[in-house]
Design a protein around this ligand. Structure first.
Ligand SMILES: O=C(O)CCC(=O)c1ccccc1C(=O)O
Ligand SMILES: [Mg+2]
Length: 386
């Protein structure tokens, strides 16, 4: 073990673990049930939910995050609530309005695109339906690395035009689409590799397409999370608490990256989401390009308090302003480990709060015995790597 607080022994840790299987409403990442292991520690609850296909060395980061939340608790918060984006899976356009209903007040919407078996027209239809249903929202898309450079260069241009064309502020018949109005906020992980992302950014610049590229998998699954930014492969970063090894590591990485970061979930239960909210709440704010009005909220708990403020490298940093976090995934579950209402979206925001699972729900959602054994074995192996 490292010097940070943690369980006395592996048996102490395993005694505190509850493995649950959460049934999902919508297929996401190809799954309909999400298993996670929850840990009750002296400082609160932590979540270990590394995706099953991840090897132990990668999953060990997720365990470190669970232990940090359970034995140290969250870092000091700079705000009392966190703006959240709505997340639209790669569903048929007709399902979009129903999904948006589960995201009350969200002014940013993330749309999954480039799904296997679908075409760009399906992505355009989904984005257009978002803007018809919620005129004026900011739209970002996530391709999960599925496009080639050529496909991405084309798709980003088309999707950006679709957003501009739908701009609700344009009167009918007002003439050509305004090219200086807000288009796509960013495209998340358009291509799989850092080299491709670098090439894509060069292509977009040469084509005059001014859409930011955000790296997700290139940070989450990389040995060196800073590499993609240093190589010029992305303008922004999507950061997730568990894969980076906990909220404090996320804050350190964000400070080193020096670009706008979006804190996002990894399809976490309410316990894992609360760790993401804690990290987002501790993140120093920065001025956001062209969209100040949506973020001028009054959520600052104590803008001068907390270590996190010291991380800011932007002299004009505004501690109230962060990009909407991708933490609104709780609605994808039929049932979660806390009562509905405990960690609920209000006015497009999630509250900063500690989440304590309901014992009856832990029992009702308990995973099958063989799955529990699988998770306990995995925790044992990952713990040995810390
Ligand atoms: O960012 C969001 O809005 C939701 C989270 C999300 O999309 C996600 C959830 C689980 C695994 C991967 C991803 C992803 O961003 O690619
Ligand atoms: Mg992503």
């Amino acid at each position: 073990m490292t010097s940070v607080p943690g369980p006395e022994s592996i048996d102490d840790l395993l005694d505190r673990v509850h493995v649950v299987a959460l049934p999902m409403r919508v297929k996401f990442r190809g799954i309909t049930e999400r298993e996670v292991a929850l840990v009750e520690g002296p400082a609160g609850w932590g979540e270990f939910g590394a995706f099953p296909e991840y090897a132990d060395d990668e999953a060990a980061h997720w365990l470190a995050s669970a232990l940090e939340m359970a034995w140290q608790g969250p870092p000091p918060a700079l705000r009392s609530r966190v703006p959240v984006n709505a997340t639209i899976p790669a569903v048929a356009a007709g399902e979009v309005p129903g999904i948006l209903e589960r995201f009350p007040g969200c002014t940013t919407v993330k749309v999954k695109v480039a799904e296997a078996g679908q075409e760009l027209v399906d992505d355009v239809a989904r984005v257009a339906t978002v803007l018809q249903t919620r005129p004026g929202v900011r739209v970002r898309v996530d391709a999960n690395g599925a496009w080639s450079v050529d496909e991405a260069a084309h798709a980003v241009r088309v999707l950006d035009q679709a957003v501009r064309a739908a701009d609700a502020s344009r009167a009918p018949g007002a003439g050509p689409v305004a090219l200086d109005g807000p288009g796509l906020e960013y495209v998340e992980q358009p291509c799989a590799t850092v080299d491709e992302l670098v090439q894509l950014r060069e292509r977009l610049a040469a084509d005059g397409v001014r859409v930011d590229v955000a790296a997700d998998e290139s940070i989450r699954r990389a040995d060196d999370p800073l590499r993609v930014i240093r190589a010029g492969g992305a303008d922004r970063a999507v950061v997730k608490v568990a894969p980076l090894g906990g909220p404090r590591r996320l804050l350190a990485v964000a400070a080193e990256l020096g670009v706008l970061v979006t804190v996002s979930s990894a399809l976490d239960s309410a316990v894992g989401v609360s760790a993401g909210v804690a990290a987002a709440a501790a993140l120093p704010g920065r001025g956001l390009p062209g969209h100040g009005e949506i973020f001028d909220d009054d959520d600052v708990a104590n803008p001068t308090a907390g270590d996190a403020a010291a991380h800011s490298t932007n002299p004009a940093a505004d501690p109230t302003v962060i990009p909407a976090a991708g933490l609104g995934t709780g609605g994808f579950f039929h049932e979660d480990v806390v009562e509905t209402g405990a960690l609920t979206l209000v006015d497009g925001h999630l509250p900063v709060c500690s989440v304590v699972p309901d014992p009856a729900r832990l029992a009702g959602l308990r995973a099958a015995p063989d799955r529990r054994d699988w998770w306990l074995d995995r925790i044992r192996r990952c713990h040995a790597q810390l």
